[in-house]
Design a protein around this ligand. Structure first.
Ligand code: AGP
Length: 614
């Protein structure tokens, strides 16, 4: 998720662009850049690092001009570096583009443009769009706005694009498909941004582009909105920004964590984008393409991770062993690095890490590399240390996770692990083509089902009020819902400071049940599946000790719901993917408990977003 800004009007563009980038820096912060338009040339200043680093770099340079675009980057394709920073220039320097999103067919676009003599200076997907717009202008002689429209018709994926050109120096073209874009309306001037944070200080009048729409902005002129695929024009609907700047950065949510919980339908889709064909069940994991065949023959896969990522890895273990038939071990990275594990050259070691900077996980992969194992990564931050130190890997594309307590990164990790499972199951012929297609469709249907799971806010709020009055809580799960219970308990601990423990439901009778007293809250993760009947027995054991049972059940399973004191329903889903749904109410319960207790949800005590020290 990157930050985009643009300006066209009568003021100097540079200070407006830089102010907007500073406001958007929370969205993406591995590099920043601006392009200042004009009749002769486009002046481009961009650097890896913070907006402040860009300002230092641009000091003393020609930053004049009343039209420009800017960008803070959250890398998805191409490591953070000066050359991968946005804006990107076309080959002849006639077009500059900034982009937020993921272009799925960028490889094909690069190959086609390469055949037309275009040379690429970056590893990004975005650069292809700049060249393509220039190529269409030259090939067809059409106008700059039409060239942008035609170029975007060749693009597959998600984007918010802002483009300027020397050929039409008094025009900014904006387009949106899958990533938000807002146009602020001033007095004969326009302020463009990926969200209203960067616009609100200049104007409260904004137009939000709708999906598949574009607009052509010129000084002192009204603008129309049109669809990229057609030519139907409409008058823009002007809205008034109501919220305060701080709230706008959270898109109106009270905390980044809440925003990130509710972003999950989009981020889960982004983690699948371009990787799963639901019609054929085909999974394409370019990041590990050179290793997937050997991985399918592995005698053992070892996951190393910490915290939430460790629980995602346990889920990966359950899925890969059950559906792909490869032995898997999961180790706390902090233990793995010191317990002198037996690592063989033929082992595959996977590091799972949102930040890609966790010291224990980094140490664990270095140990595995020394032992000669093949080390792969599943990270959310492109170009992070773990991403760079592993032989290959898969990015989760969840966008920056600002809340210290991980939510969207967890579901993105589980989604990627599910894709890996399908890819391995296919290669090992563990599943029929029909089964692969069925499970692929189940996974593809998850974003919409997560949206439905997110509607249970009121039930979760009421449960949270109860839990906020408790000093302890227990989470029970079986099978794939055991790591879900672990993750739910961690979420509660981290942000509400209520003590919580998770157990495999069958384990309670081996000791922990001694802790159950009258009214002790017990959250039982009990969606439909092979193990639901077994966990029902555990619920009855808890009820016999007067626990207050909260059950996470499949929609319509009133038999299980009736055994509990409270319940939250999640949509029907196959056991292969149900964990992605069952975790949603647990995230909400933890969040609302922390809010009820008045804690700093985004910055909980004692915690850091990335534990880069031992
Ligand atoms: C999860 O909510 C916590 N922030 C923490 O447990 C985190 O998952 C752990 O520190 C691992 O971080 P990583 O995924 O960035 O490696």
């Amino acid at each position: 998720m990157c930050g985009i800004v643009g300006y066209i009007g009568k003021k100097e563009a540079y200070p407006i662009l830089m102010g907007g980038l500073s406001r958007l820096e929370y969205r993406g912060y591995d590099s920043a850049g601006v392009a200042l338009g004009g009749r002769k040339d486009i002046r481009l200043y961009k650097r890896q690092g913070k907006v402040a680093d860009l300002a230092s770099f641009a000091e003393g340079k020609d930053i004049s001009g009343t039209i420009g675009i800017g960008h803070t980057r959250w890398a998805t394709h191409g490591e953070p570096s000066d050359r991968n920073s946005h804006p990107h220039l076309s080959q002849c320097g006639t077009v500059a583009v900034v982009h937020n999103g993921i272009i799925e067919n960028y490889r094909e676009l690069r190959e086609d443009l390469g055949r037309h003599g275009y040379r690429f200076v970056s590893d990004t997907d975005t650069e292809a769009v700049a060249h393509l717009i220039e190529h269409i202008c030259e090939r067809t002689g059409t106008t700059f706005p039409e060239a942008v429209r035609l170029a975007l018709r060749e693009v597959v994926g998600a984007y918010a694009i802002v483009a300027i050109s020397t050929g039409d120096p008094d025009t900014v073209v904006v387009a949106r498909k899958g990533s938000p874009l807002v146009v602020g309306i001033g007095d004969g001037e326009f302020f463009i941004a990926s969200d209203a944070t960067a616009v609100a200080e200049h104007t409260r009048r904004v137009v939000y582009l709708e999906e598949g729409e574009m607009a052509v902005l010129r000084r002192n002129e009204e603008f129309y909105v049109s669809s990229i695929n057609g030519h139907d024009e409409r008058y823009p609907i002007v809205m008034e920004i109501e919220a305060e700047l701080e709230a706008i950065g959270k898109n109106g949510f009270a905390h980044f964590m809440e925003k990130e919980i509710f972003e999950q339908p989009e981020t889960i889709l982004d983690s699948m984008r371009g990787r799963l064909d639901p019609e054929t069940g085909e999974v394409r994991l370019n990041g590990i393409a050179d290793h997937i065949d050997r991985l399918a023959e592995a005698e053992r896969i070892i996951f190393v991770a910490c915290g939430t990522s460790f629980y995602a890895a346990i889920l990966g273990e359950y899925l890969i062993e059950r559906y792909a038939g490869i032995p898997v071990e999961v180790d706390y990275a902090s233990e793995f690095r010191y317990r002198r594990p037996l690592i063989r050259k033929k082992d595959f070691v996977f590091a799972v890490s949102q930040s890609g900077e966790t010291a224990d996980t980094l140490a664990a992969i270095r140990l595995a590399k020394e032992a000669g194992a093949t080390v792969l990564g599943i990270c959310n931050v492109v170009g992070s240390s773990i991403a760079r130190e592993t032989a290959a890997g898969i990015y989760t594309h969840a966008g920056p996770e600002i809340g210290v307590a991980s939510t969207k990164a967890f579901t993105a990790q589980v989604t990627v692990l599910s894709l890996i499972t399908l890819a391995l199951a296919k290669r090992r012929k563990m599943l029929s083509d029909e089964e692969l297609i069925r499970l692929g469709k189940e996974l593809f249907a998850i974003p919409e089902k997560v949206k439905r799971a997110l509607t249970k806010q009121n039930e979760c709020r009421e449960i949270a009020v109860e839990i906020s009055r408790s000093s302890d809580a227990f989470y029970l799960g079986r099978g794939v819902c055991y790591p879900v219970a672990l993750e739910g308990a961690l979420k509660l601990k981290e942000i509400s400071y209520v003590h919580a423990e998770a157990y495999p439901a069958g384990e309670m009778k081996h000791g922990p049940i001694a802790l159950i007293e009258d009214g002790t809250p017990v959250i039982a993760v009990a969606p439909d599946g092979e193990i639901r009947d077994k966990i029902v027995g555990s619920i009855q054991e808890m009820k016999a000790r007067k626990a207050r049972v909260i059950a996470i059940v499949t929609e319509g399973d009133m038999a299980t719901a009736a055994l509990a004191d409270r319940f939250v329903e999640v949509p029907v889903a196959d056991e292969f993917v149900v964990a992605l749904l069952a975790v949603i109410p647990l995230q909400l319960i933890a969040y609302y408990t922390a809010v009820t207790l008045g804690h700093d949800v985004d910055r909980p005590r004692n915690l850091a977003k990335s534990v880069t020290v031992e």
